[in-house]
Structures are given as structure tokens and as C-alpha cells.
Design a protein around this ligand. Structure first.
Ligand code: FPP
Length: 224
């Protein structure tokens, strides 16, 4: 049976979910944050080590200002509210992406949450914020000191995910079947799962069912 260390999720469908309820898109994001909470606790309970969630991409700045502002505020309040739950569930909080573009206030909340949860050693929940895989790779290239001796292992150490194992399974909710500039290097051998379920409707039970399918896949990593 396959070992599962790292699940990455593209959480898509908040806006469409809200529209179906005749609500604003922001209502869907708020519900989406509740699902992040539920799924994180569940992942911790089932003994998963790494859960990486795409919460804000480098392309999401193109959204209307009110939506971007809402997402920033939601992130700040989420992290403040979640600290107790992180500690209670032994969850270490981590981010990938370039957070220098965020407000000082949000950067402080992020840094404080990283620091306060740094000794938790159960699940590592990583939020990808102002994250784009192409941006990450370019930033990594700029850190290379000895280009002639770079190899896969040493290059990986320059990526935002340097302290994480590769992604075993990538899930995208919301019905689209694309990667949207998420963890392009890290998913080289990941199993891909696409579900039509909109993120606010995604449940612990659906995650468990996907994990069951993953366990029975023959993973050969290029071998036979
Ligand atoms: C994609 O759905 C979702 C996002 C761009 C934001 C993801 C944010 C959350 C799940 C909530 C905030 C998370 C935290 C941790 C506080 P979409 O809006 O593009 O949906 P659509 O495709 O239906 O329009």
C-alpha cells in the first residue's frame, strides 16, 4: 500500500458555491475557510504529516479589490482565531509564496503564527499565499551560487518547499482539470484527483474516499 505523507489541494469553487446560494463571492470564501479548518483537523487526526493548500495565487491579485481585501482580512482573522486549534491539534503552521507583498499587519500575524506553532510536530499545514510555481522557481534560480554544480537535490533546497517531502497526491475541487501554476516541480510524481465538488461542499468523507483510491494505485516512479 502507498505511503501518504503529503496532500496538496487546489481549493476551487467558492465563488460558484456562493452564487448558487444567491450570495456574494465573499460568502463562499468565508465558508471555504471553515472547510480549511475542518479538513486540517481531520488530516491531523488521521496522522497525515503535510497538508498544503492553495489559498491565494500570484494571479489572484487580478480579482476586484474588494475581493482581494476580503481574502486578506479573512486570512488575518483566520490565523488569529486558529492559533488555539493549531496548538491543541499539534499542527505546525507554515507558508509558501512571497509574503513581502502583504500588509505589515498580515505579515506580522503570519510570522507570529509560524513562530508560536514551530514546536508542533504533528501535521504541517502550509498555506500557499501570493504563491505561483513559476515565481517560486525564478526566486530559487536567483539564489543559485554555483550553477555548474546544481542538481535536483540542491535545487530543491532553494524552493519554498525545501523542508517538505514531495507531494504524493494533488486534489482539485470545483470541476476544472488544471494545475494553475501550483507546485509544478513538487507534483512531478503526484497522483492527481479532480472532483466536481465545490470547495465549500468538500467533506472529510470525500477526502477519506480519495485517500482509499490513492492507496491502491500502483506507483512506479518511472520504474516497472
Ligand atoms: C478559489 O475559488 C478560491 C480561492 C482563490 C481562494 C481560496 C480561499 C479559501 C478557501 C478561503 C480562505 C482560506 C483561508 C485559509 C482563510 P474561486 O473563488 O475561484 O471559485 P470560483 O471558481 O467558483 O469562482
Amino acid at each position: 500500500m502507498n505511503v501518504l505523507n503529503h496532500i496538496a489541494i487546489i481549493m476551487d469553487g467558492n465563488g460558484r458555491w456562493a452564487k448558487l446560494q444567491n450570495q456574494k463571492r465573499t460568502f463562499g470564501h468565508k465558508k471555504g475557510a471553515e472547510i480549511v479548518r475542518k479538513l486540517t483537523i481531520h488530516s491531523s487526526n488521521i496522522g497525515l504529516k503535510y497538508l498544503t493548500l492553495y489559498a491565494f495565487s500570484t494571479e489572484n491579485w487580478k480579482r476586484p479589490k474588494y475581493e482581494v481585501d476580503f481574502l486578506m482580512k479573512l486570512l488575518d482573522s483566520y490565523l488569529k482565531k486558529e492559533l488555539v486549534a493549531y496548538l491543541e491539534n499539534n499542527v505546525r503552521f507554515n507558508v509558501i509564496g512571497d509574503i513581502s507583498k502583504f500588509s505589515q499587519k498580515l505579515q506580522k500575524t503570519i510570522e507570529k503564527t509560524i513562530e508560536k506553532t514551530s514546536s508542533c510536530n504533528g501535521l504541517t499545514q502550509t498555506l500557499a499565499i501570493n504563491y505561483g510555481s513559476k515565481d517560486e522557481i525564478i526566486r530559487a534560480i536567483k539564489k543559485i551560487k554555483d550553477i555548474d554544480n546544481i542538481d535536483e537535490k540542491s535545487f530543491e533546497k532553494l524552493l519554498d518547499t525545501s523542508d517538505m517531502p514531495p507531494v504524493d497526491m494533488l486534489i482539485r475541487t470545483g470541476g476544472e482539470q488544471r494545475i494553475s501554476n501550483f507546485l509544478l516541480w513538487q507534483i512531478a510524481y503526484a497522483e492527481l484527483f479532480f472532483t466536481k465538488t465545490l470547495w465549500p461542499d468538500f467533506t472529510e468523507n470525500e477526502l477519506d474516499n480519495i485517500i482509499e483510491k490513492f492507496k491502491n494505485i500502483s506507483r512506479r516512479f518511472g520504474g516497472i
